[in-house]
Design a binder for this molecule. Structure first.
Ligand SMILES: [Mg+2]
Length: 309
């Protein structure tokens, strides 16, 4: 069952259409002029619109069609079928140009009306499925294949946006960069497959420690990055330290091995006088991470003015 909006100034035409479509199990809404029709289209979001072209008032069918199908309008994807009489035949082209998908000639042939309505409802459903598939593909394209976290490219895009938002609303924003200590050892000693298990297990631990507004990505080989929105330095440090402890106490199981893994972590926070943009935010987290490595690893270091790497 679908919801169909019939916009026609002729009560007779509207009610004939309603009877035919109601019998087929559809819910039918009626509007008797363009303005009312447009209102109903916006508020009820019907699955399909049957639209008379010639109507009195400021909005004729063409104008309604253009507004319904306007780029970016909520109603853009609702199919519109024009209702035309034989005499208006030349205007069908104009209606199609205004965004209508099809037309039905009045007086209706019942079978034809039902067939065209069903065709366009089916097309709309297919289109929606296709869009959902596209959304899923897009989502996959943003993910790292091994860990399921976001990838480097998406991280950069999201961080750039979050940074702008933080500047505009004067909100704190923290970046956490972390790196597995002596990761090369796992690959060299046990092989890359074991290294991959370590990476994906760590990905799972990170994912499981995120709060609602946090975002995590695999930043590089054994490097991960977190964006903590609305999070000032102390809170970011705590998130990072908790994660470090969780990793340290976790038993990484790979084949018959029980491995211990530690991470070094750098934290940077906006606002900070040294941090004018999102790129610098990451660079500063990287400097802090470098310091954590230098000071003996398995620790969290906050970025401070004057830190160099
Ligand atoms: Mg009319």
């Amino acid at each position: 069952m679908a919801t169909i909006l019939v916009i026609d100034d002729s009560r007779l035409v509207a009610h004939v259409a309603k009877n035919i479509l109601t019998k087929k199990g559809h819910e039918v809404l009626l509007a008797s002029d363009g303005a009312e029709g447009l209102e109903l289209a916006k508020s009820k979001m019907p699955d399909l619109i049957l639209l008379d072209l010639i109507m009195p008032g400021d909005l004729d069918g063409y104008a309604v069609c253009e507004k319904v199908k306007a780029k970016g309008a909520d109603t853009e994807d609702i199919p519109v079928i024009m209702l035309t009489s034989k005499a208006e035949s030349a205007d069908k082209v104009r209606g199609l140009e205004a965004g209508a998908s099809d037309y039905v000639t009045k007086p209706f042939d019942e079978g034809e009306l039902v067939a065209r309505v069903n065709t366009h409802l089916r097309l709309k459903e297919l289109y929606e499925k296709l869009q959902e598939k596209n959304r899923q593909l897009q989502e996959l394209a943003n993910r790292d294949g091994l860990t399921g976290l976001f990838n480097h490219r998406y991280f950069q895009q999201a961080l750039a946006k979050d940074f702008q938002r933080a500047v505009r609303y004067h909100e704190p924003l923290s970046c956490v960069l972390l790196d597995i200590d002596f990761f090369k050892k796992f690959n060299d000693t046990y092989g890359h497959q074991i290294g991959d298990v370590v990476l994906s297990t760590l990905g799972g631990i990170i994912e499981g420690s995120l709060r609602e507004t946090d975002m995590a990505a695999r930043y590089g080989g054994e490097e991960f990055a977190l964006v903590l929105y609305h999070t000032a330095e102390d809170a970011a440090y705590m998130v990072a330290e908790r994660l470090r402890q969780r990793v340290e106490s976790h038993e990484f199981k790979a084949e018959s091995l029980n491995l211990k893994v530690t991470i070094s972590v750098g934290v940077s926070t906006f606002p900070h006088k040294d941090i004018p943009d999102h790129k610098t935010l990451v660079e500063c987290a990287d400097k802090a991470l470098y310091k954590a490595k230098e000071q003996g690893r398995n620790q969290v270091v906050r970025f401070q003015h004057g830190m160099e790497n």
